[in-house]
Structures are given as C-alpha cells and as structure tokens.
Design a protein around this ligand. Sequence first.
Ligand code: CA
Length: 735
Amino acid sequence: MKTHRKLWTLETMRGSRALLVGMVVPLVLGACAQDETERSADPGLDGRAGASTTVAQIDDARIENAADEPGTWLAYGRDFREQRFAPLTQINRESVSDLGLEFVVDVPTAGALEATPLVVDGRIYFTSTYSVVYAVDATSGETLWVYDPQIPKDFNRRACCGPINRGVAVYEGMVYVGTLDGRLVALNAETGAEVWNVNTVIDQERNYSITGAPRVARGKVFIGNGGAEFGVRGYVTAYDAFSGEQVWRFFTVPGDPSLPFEHPEMELAAETWKGGEWWEVGGGGTVWNSIVYDPEFNHLYLGVGNGAPWVRVIRSPGGGDNLFLTSIVAVDADTGEMKWYYQTVPGDNWDYTAVQDMTLADMRVDGEDRKVIMQAPKNGFFYVIDRSNGELLRAHPYSQVTWASHVDMETGRPVENTQLDYFDRPQWILPGPLGGHDWQAMAFDEAKGVVYIPTQDIAGFYSVDAEFKETGVFKRNPGTLNLGTDMRNGFSLVADYLDEQPMYKGNLIAFDPLSGETIWSVEHPFYWNGGVLATAGDLVFQGDALGFFSAYDADTGEKLWSHNNFVAMLAPPVTYEVDGTQYVAILAGGSGRITNFFGSMDEVATMKFGNFGRLYVYALGGDVVLQQPQIVDRSIPEPPELTATEAELKVGEQNYSMLCVGCHGGGAASSGVLPDLRLLSPERHAIFDQIVVDGALAATGMPGFADVLSRDEAEYVRQWIISRAIADRAAIQDD
Ligand code: CA
C-alpha cells in the first residue's frame, strides 16, 4: 500500500528557529520559578529521602520488562506498551466457570470509580473520587493507608464529568496522583505520606482539572489536564520524579499571538489558527487521558483533545487545521521537543478528541516489520501509525461513522461529509461527543493481532449557538461550558428532530487493526459500559452498566461467565498473581454525568439500585455472596404548585440546560447517580434558592451558582423542574 507520511520534524525548521529557542528559555525558567512557590517540599531536598525503600521499587527496566513478572500490574496499561494484556493463564476458558468473589473493599463515594488499580509487592494502589488514594492488601483487601488531598467538594463544578480520577503511577518507592484541583502529588508508597506537591495550573482563573493518571519514566513524571469545555489551553508538563521540579512543558495549542511563542512548535501551530480570538476562549487541546512512553525511541506520545469551543467557525473563522488539536504528538521524553505529529481531525468541529488510550506494538504490516502505535479515538477510525516517524499505516472505521466517508491514505486526511454541516440546520452525527470509543480502555492481544474495544454508536445532536449565529459574537462564560453549540435551547430544539435520531448502541468488539474487520461483536443492553482486559487464558473481561462483570471467549465473543455486582462499571479490570493464586480486580461505581446527558433506562444499575463505590476482587473458588441491594423507588411525588408564566419557564429551561443538565439530567430526569429533581421533597423546594444560589449544600458536592444565576432565575429553574415533574407524572399515569 502506498502511504503518505503526514510528518513534520523539528529538524526541518531548526535552523531558522535557533534564535527563537534561545529567546524562549528565560520564559520557561520564569514559569518554573512561579511553580516553585506552590511547592510544599524543600526544592533543594533530594526527594528520594521521602520515598519508601522497601516497597514499590519500580524503575524503567522493571516496567519495560514486565513480561518477566506476569503477576504484577506495574503501570496504567500494565507496562510501557499499555496493551492491557496479562500473560496469566490460571483463569482460562475451562476454569473460568469456577471464578468467584474473593473479597470486596467498600469505597465511600457515590461517584464514578474509573481508576486502573496498580498491583505490586502484594499491594493494590487505586484512586477514588476527589483524587483520594488507597493502598490495600492484594490478598485480603485490608486497607494499609488512605491519602486524601482534601479537594473542596464543590470543586466538581469545575470538572465536566464529575470528580473522577483514573489512577496513580508507582515508581521508585513513590505513588503519584494528579488531583482534581490541578496538583501533582508524590506519596511514600509504604506509608502514604506526602513527599512533594506541585501546582501544575498556569492560570488559576481558568477551570483546569486533572482526572488522568500520571505516567512515569526516565526519572520524570508526566501529567496533562482537562477543562477544554470550560475554556482552557492544553499542555503537558514533565516533573523530576524525586524533587518535583519542572523539567519541561509542551503546549498543545498556541496562546495569545501578541506574546512570544513558548517553544518553536507553537510557531508552526499558530499558522494553522486563522482569525477569531481562540486564546480568549482557550483553544482546548487538553491532554486529559493518554500519555504513553516508548523506551525504544525515548518518545513520549501525547493524546491531544478537542477544540474549545467545539464549533470551528467560532474558534478559527479563517479555517486552518488548528494544530495540535485531536493529534497524537510524539515528543522527546527528556526535552519535550516534538519529533512528529499526526492529526486525526484537522479543524475539529465535533469534540473529537485523540486522548483515548494508545497502545504500542510490533507488527508485520504489508510485509514489513513495523513498530506501531494504535488508537481508537472518538472519531470512529482506528489508527495504526509507525511510531518511529508518524507514518499513517491504517485508518479503518471501528464504529458507525457519518461525519467523514473515509480517511484518504494519500494525504492522511479524513474526507468530511459536507451534507452534515450543522451551521444552518441541526444534525445528528456519528460518532457524537462520547465518541465511537472513549476513555474506557481497550486491550490488545499481540499474538492474535486482535484488539478488544468497548465501542458505542451514539449520535450527537449538533447545532450552533443561536446568539452567535445572530450576532457573530461568542463570549467565554467562565462559569460554565463553552461549546459553541446551542446548549441553551437544546432540550426544546431536539424535540423537533427526534424522528431522525439514530439508535443508541453499546458494544464490545474484537477488531483486526490491519484489515479493519470486526471479528466478533457483543451488543450490550445499554450504550455506556466499562473498559477491557485481555489475558493469555483466552479471556476478555468487561463490566457493564447493568452491574454485570463478565468474561468472554477471546476468539468467539461467547459469554463464558458473569457475576452480578449490582453496580455499574466503567473502570477497566486488571489481573495479578500472589502466592500462586491469580486474581481479577475491578473498581465499580457508575457515572451520572454522561448518562444524564444522553438518557438512561430502568435496568441500568444506577437507576435500579442507586450508586456506590467498591473494589471487587475475584479468584477461582472465591465464595463471597453479595446481597441484592434494595430497589430504589423512583416514582414522582405530587409536585408543588406551578406559578411561572411561559416566558419564565423558557428562561428556567435555558438556565437548566446550561448549568444543571450535566449532573441532574436532560429534561430533569436523572440517571440515578445524582438527585432526580422531579422527586425533590417539599423541604428541599422550600430552600431551593439557598441550595442553588447560595451553595447551602456545597459541602456535599452541590455548588452554589451565585456568579451566574439570580434568585429570580433560580426560581424559574425550579418552576421548570415542576413543569417537567407534572408532564412526566401525567405521561406515566397515561401508560
Ligand atoms: Ca471534550
């Protein structure tokens, strides 16, 4: 196959930029000095002094050679390659029917648990909501220590998708966690004591947050951030693993053009942003999930997110590719200098991030041995790229795709479907903002050459902000999401297009990355399910939204075993071995934010049983029996009196759609994780403004909105909720 290399190397522009590099240095050092004021540890101290000398003695060689210790799970995707494939075989096709629950660890949260547990030296390290870190015994579940960074509970208003966290990194006797409020913290792996703590946020006025797991290699910790929808500018920073000092920082999108470029790659990027004031809104491009280290080339691969705002004519009205949005960027792990990039969606218009997990492998492609990086980003195409130089090798669709017909392998660019332009008329487009695949991890069996992907076909309803269409002006709102789509009127607008809406589906697929063939596919009852683990026992493990944790035959997709945990699962399972026993572990606890936006169903565990946090650990012969929790009564009580005018209800609906919908659900119907406001008690109705405006329940995680909502507007929101309760009560009684 003839392929075109979409490739740019620093070497091609180094000569002309040499002077610029020199000019940039003082700026970068300035940023370092500022960070140091936030440090809790003495920067002169060798951080090793605080690290454990007895447990978690993990170095680069150990992570690189993880195949030599099949019983551990040393890093986010098990090792540097992040294949999430475990070479353990005690639990296999034949024995899996004897798999049972060995122990359970209760994790006190009602939020989503999304972390990958790391397992080393008989200890499991994982995170809960609000970036709380746990160390527990890997054979009994006994808690060894808990670290709580004390994030104010109402900080969750500054994070799009709940106070979630996807896990820790463990290295040289330390445990590293990125906190929801943007700090990076190093802990003693034995005691949980804080060793150092740096603030990674460059602008405290903007809603930066960290939910992703840090990665470690080469004596450094690498961390990105989230917040694109709130109007931030993305970047990744490398810190010295021992002292916490900043080593380098790579911005993913250009900043204010009146200021100097922070590093030479920003000059290249700035040429692809045209008109508009993207730096005012932020630009986006946050690296909120995937960062992968490649010891073979000393590359660090950054998975870069979507543009902010989503709508490209607002962000960059003169066109342009808007580098490095939705790109995989390879940088030198020691210096942060770019080596190559591949952009999956030039001029992103749909919230198509390329932050989904990336997997490294060796593969024979068209008769040649290649070292590849693979990703199934949100946009629905599965990419196989030569990781030595960024050459595109494959880009087959893995889910339903309507935004583009295909990827042109000559140019490496997608061919957009212009009929689905949504400026003049709203459109249902596949994939939607949840992607054909999101952060829920995939797994790759290198021997079989098969990737197992949790996919979904969920169309997005895209329409352009009505005020922008009328005035041509888009103002960043620091208090809420800045999508550029018509969130304000979305609920009533979508009602006119429901007959065009494609079905929502969730799947687990076995996919051949080279041929693009789907080898088998299992359709789930609900669209939003958990990450995946593959093992040498020819099994694929996955948890689902209905509360079942299941094992599938890796070759056929046949469900061989299933266990009802009575709680929704999103996190990827892991497996490990201690004293000759193989265990499988998964964190459980579902997300309200996503399912609230896109609707729920009665059989989903969060609806049926509510939501709670747990670590479930299984082994052959495990015999712990779970009691079924009580089924939650979700009937709507007689609502209070509706007194608002039609015009006031409209204002209530618009504010609800901007500020409340993400947690409490479309049409005020919750998915069961956070309160369903149609069910509010008379006592809560009586103090509604104190809760919503003044923040009376801030300590429980319900923030106040005094900065964006007047007392009258809050009352209109309450009235609109009452109108929804009346309508839905009548509809249920009609059935
Ligand atoms: Ca996004």
